[in-house]
Design a protein around this ligand. Structure first.
Ligand code: PEP
Ligand code: MN
Length: 337
């Protein structure tokens, strides 16, 4: 971090700033000229809030040369993190594909989808039991009953399960039952929920917020990690832009950016990004090409009659075809499926 003092700042005032930071354990590199004074703060400055320094009238500006996140930062952890989700490794050479319906509806639906995605080569089963719906009148999910149905379909087909948590008071029901707990886009900055998830060791799939910057997204991962849970997987699912043709705009550039900034695995959800089933296939391929560690794809055995997100769900046959194509693409980018 670099602190630029205003021209003409009395020496004593610059020394006060210097000493206060030294007391906090930082080494200060002072660069002084006739009309300027610059303090270079050396150490882990992720804990410093720059605004607390700029309130000083003698400070011209404060610039970060280091990101405000530490545990998620690749600088302090150069090798890729591989998260073990119920025996499936996410973040290694092998790509992980999470597939399943938006919502858990019936046992028949869950078993049918689970069987077909397993057959096609998916490694994890998704399904929403607690649904964050825009309208309070829309289907809100089967809740606890849905969790059990998802668990049964997963264990019958040998697939670890992924499902969304919306509030910390349900955490006891998730721990021990759910292999990968999803934090949805709308809860990415629910800091109290993130703190509670940080107290567990359950792998967390952290979706990017509707309008979150890459730094805000990684800071949310940092919340979970700061509590002691380092098993975090990031999920790009499209962001809000001025474009309305697609449900969201898939930010493919976020994948190489996050890979540069952080050691955490990144998966891409092209279904919620596009909102249309026919765009899922090209976007899934693009995501793998730009370095994603895996995908999360909505698959439904009867999309026309799905209780939620049918328009963006692939039929099992299309999903199987896509998996075949991905198997061919993976080696080109040094991965396997
Ligand atoms: C979901 O995956 O079911 C979901 C609601 O996604 P998002 O939080 O990305 O909207
Ligand atoms: Mn959905």
């Amino acid at each position: 971090m670099i602190i630029v003092m205003k021209p003409g700042t009395p020496d004593a005032e610059a020394v006060k700033v210097q000493e206060s930071l030294e007391k906090q354990g930082f080494y200060i590199n002072v660069s002084k000229g006739l009309n300027y004074c610059i303090l270079g703060v050396v150490g882990d400055t992720s804990m410093i809030d720059p605004k607390r320094i700029t309130v000083n009238d003698y400070v011209e500006k404060v610039m970060r040369v280091q990101e405000p996140f530490k545990r998620a930062n690749r600088m302090f952890h150069p090798e890729n993190t591989v998260v073990n989700v119920g025996g499936v490794q996410i973040g290694g050479k092998k790509l992980a594909v999470i597939a399943g319906p938006c919502s858990i509806e019936t046992d028949e639906q869950m078993n049918s989808v689970a069987e077909s995605v397993k057959e096609a080569g998916a490694s994890l089963l998704r399904g929403g039991a607690f649904k964050p719906r825009t309208s309070p009148y829309s289907f809100q999910g089967l809740k606890e009953k849905g969790l059990d149905m998802l668990g049964e379909a997963g264990s019958k087909n040998g697939l670890p399960i992924v499902t969304e948590i919306m509030s910390a008071d349900k955490l006891d029901q998730f721990v021990g039952k759910v292999d990968l707990i999803q934090v949805g886009a709308r809860n990415m900055q629910n800091f109290e929920l993130l703190k509670e998830l940080g107290k567990t060791q359950v792998p967390i799939l952290l979706k990017r917020g509707l309008a979150a910057t890459i730094e805000e997204w990684i800071m949310s991962a940092e919340y979970i990690m700061a509590g002691g849970n380092e098993n975090v997987i990031l999920c790009e699912r499209g962001i809000r832009t001025y474009e309305t043709y697609t449900r969201n705009t898939l930010d493919l550039s976020a994948i190489p950016a996050v890979k540069k900034l952080s050691h955490l695995p990144v998966v891409v959800d092209p279904s919620h990004a596009a909102g249309m089933w026919w765009m899922v296939e090209p976007l899934a391929k693009a995501a793998i090409a730009v370095g994603a560690d895996g995908l999360m794809i909505e698959v439904h055995n009867d999309p026309e009659n799905a209780w939620c997100d049918g328009a963006q769900s692939l039929k099992p046959e299309r999903f199987a075809n896509l998996m075949q194509d991905l198997k061919n693409i993976a080696p080109i980018v040094g991965r396997e499926l």
